[in-house]
Design a protein. Structure first.
Length: 310
């Protein structure tokens, strides 16, 4: 039988360390507990939200009035070059498992916070790679029934998946990796961690706030803009302009509202300097969007997910 807790602080459960309490809270360690929690929410006519590692989200200062289901499904098993993994496993633990078994393909994710389920939801990526490259199958809970999806069913795109538009709950993922040399895998992970440490802030944050801006989305005169900003030509190969570059060119690096700040180290990060609240983060997000729009005519789109802002 599940145990529903009340008035649990959510800030400590997020990488931002921001957010009010959950009115109801459930730690679900298996599929049955998830299903039972959702039935409870439906019976009591309250909203629910499934929480993974708490990265890449911003929770309202008012908290969440419904049920937070914290996924703790962290089991895994090895099938040749495949890993079948519970969605609640942290990316850090998943990478350690891949090292132990001499499997390569996830080195790019070293240092990224959060869980595998959250990474699938937002098709997390870095260094030219994304989690969708390794996904073969996903088991989800849909309207109380267990459904198996193939990679193509998920409609992965840049920081997108079908899960952002439906209410499927990601339970288990089958990853296809490749055999590799353990020492080479460790070496690459170490290099990636050093790169991440050198250009990303160490204060609490939700990771990158905005998606990089696709050059395919603009009708603005790039040729004319490139005359003023020759660096834009460097982004043609990737097809996207880093959001952090746009924000920095607007002079917003280091801009602070309350205890929230656009990072001095990486302008696509908003950091919590100690006692930031969601209201101040939202103010910085809106400022960045407005300023970039006025200067470049580019519309920045958030990568983070808002929880209970309606």
């Amino acid at each position: 039988m599940i145990q529903i807790k009340k008035n649990i602080s959510l800030a400590p459960l997020t990488s931002f360390k921001i957010g009010g309490p959950a009115k109801y809270f459930l730690e679900a360690k298996n599929v049955d507990e998830v299903a039972e929690g959702l039935k409870w929410a439906k019976k009591n006519k309250i909203k629910y939200f499934v929480l993974g590692g708490g990265s890449n989200i911003l929770i309202s200062d008012r908290g969440f009035k419904g049920l937070i289901v914290k996924l703790l499904i962290t089991n895994y098993k090895l099938l040749n070059n495949k890993l079948v993994v519970g969605s609640g496993i942290s990316l850090a633990k998943l990478i350690n498992v891949s090292i132990q078994n001499g499997l390569t393909g996830l080195e790019w994710a070293a240092g990224i916070p959060g869980t595998l389920g959250g990474a699938i939801y937002g098709n997390t990526g870095a260094m030219g790679h994304s989690i969708s490259e390794s996904v073969e199958k996903i088991k989800v809970l849909r309207n109380g029934a267990l459904i198996n999806l193939k990679n193509e069913d998920v409609k992965f795109a840049y920081r997108k998946s079908i899960f952002q538009k439906n209410k499927d709950i990601i339970l288990e993922i089958e990853l296809k990796l490749q055999k590799g040399d353990k020492e080479e895998i460790k070496k690459l992970i170490k290099e990636n961690l050093l790169k991440r440490s050198s250009n990303q802030p160490h204060y609490p944050s939700a990771g990158c706030i905005f998606k990089n801006f696709s050059l395919r989305l603009t009708s603005f005169g790039l040729a004319k803009l490139s005359e003023k900003y020759p660096e834009l030509k460097n982004f043609k190969k990737s097809g996207a302009v880093p959001a952090g570059w746009l924000i920095e060119k607007c002079g917003l690096k280091g801009k602070q509202i309350g205890q929230a700040q656009i990072s001095e180290k990486h302008a696509n990060f908003i950091v919590n300097l100690g006692n930031a609240n969601a209201k101040d983060v939202i103010a910085l997000i809106n400022l960045a969007k407005k300023t970039v729009k006025n200067k470049f005519n580019f519309d920045l789109k958030e990568e983070i997910q808002y929880v209970y802002f309606k």
